[in-house]
Design a protein around this ligand. Structure first.
Ligand code: ZN
Ligand code: ZN
Length: 251
């Protein structure tokens, strides 16, 4: 946040006075230099724009996500920390819930048709951790985006870039996540639209992806102390090794 009403675009890091008004109402200043750049990352930003922007909240599960999670409750997957687990085990850490209890919790407490996020810390924890293992190209763009956002957020949590309870992020940490989600949204779009060839409104998605990634590093250096900036940058390099070439010496 700045005092003179200017900030840096979430996509290209250019200085601008154009704030996202819905996020502003929620209490965080996020900037887009142009309607084109705002539109470019809207597929991802829409989940966190407005009431979910600050405190930052993941939305409840959609119908598709609910179905997917119930289908995969017993599938073993690799967690960010390197251990393996099933979704049922993650939801039933204290060993007190039957499979029917877990299904009813998923259906009645973690699933809502609207995009508003849960404010409760436990629900937020579940909404992030349940989304990790469900990556598949046959899923809708929304589901794939939310899976990616969740797994990237977990990398940042492990690097102590953001708190485990995302709703307790400071404005600078929340902005880091908003910038991260803008970048992840571009990564997925660039891949879906045939790499290197895709243009939206005359903007090359793959070059916007690189610009956004560099902006993310510059933001990290501008807003966090050096030791923290270094561990945040390391987490990005680990999660997105294909971007390694672009991650040194931001301009
Ligand atoms: Zn821009
Ligand atoms: Zn917004």
């Amino acid at each position: 946040m700045s005092t003179d009403g200017t900030g840096r675009c979430l996509v290209c890091y250019a200085e601008t006075k154009n704030r996202c008004s819905r996020c502003g109402e929620a209490g965080i200043d996020l900037f887009f230099c142009s309607p084109e750049h705002q539109k470019l990352v809207w597929p991802g930003h829409r989940f966190f724009c407005g009431p979910n922007a600050f405190p930052l909240c993941f939305p409840f599960l959609s119908d598709e996500e609910l179905e997917l999670i119930i289908k995969n409750l017993h599938t073993r997957y690799l967690k960010v920390g390197g251990q393996t687990s099933t979704l049922y085990e993650s939801l039933n850490e204290e060993g007190r819930l039957s499979i029917q209890d877990v299904k009813s919790m998923l259906r009645n407490e973690l699933h809502r048709p609207q995009v508003d996020g849960a404010r409760c810390v436990d629900e937020q924890y579940y909404l992030v951790s349940l989304r990790i293992p469900c990556e598949s190209d046959s899923l809708s763009t929304s589901t794939r985006l939310l899976n990616r956002f969740a797994s990237t957020a977990q990398y940042l949590t492990r690097a102590e870039a953001v708190p485990e309870d995302l709703t307790s992020c400071s404005p600078a940490e929340a902005e880091l996540l908003h910038r991260t989600f803008a970048f992840v949204s571009l990564v997925l779009q660039a891949r879906d639209l045939l790499e290197g060839q895709a243009y939206l409104d005359g903007i090359s998605v793959s070059s916007a992806t690189v610009t956004c990634y560099k902006g993310l590093f510059t933001y990290t250096i501008d807003r966090f102390p050096p030791h923290r900036a270094a561990s945040i940058s390391a987490a990005f390099r680990q999660r997105y090794p294909e971007m390694e070439f672009f991650s040194s010496a931001p301009a």
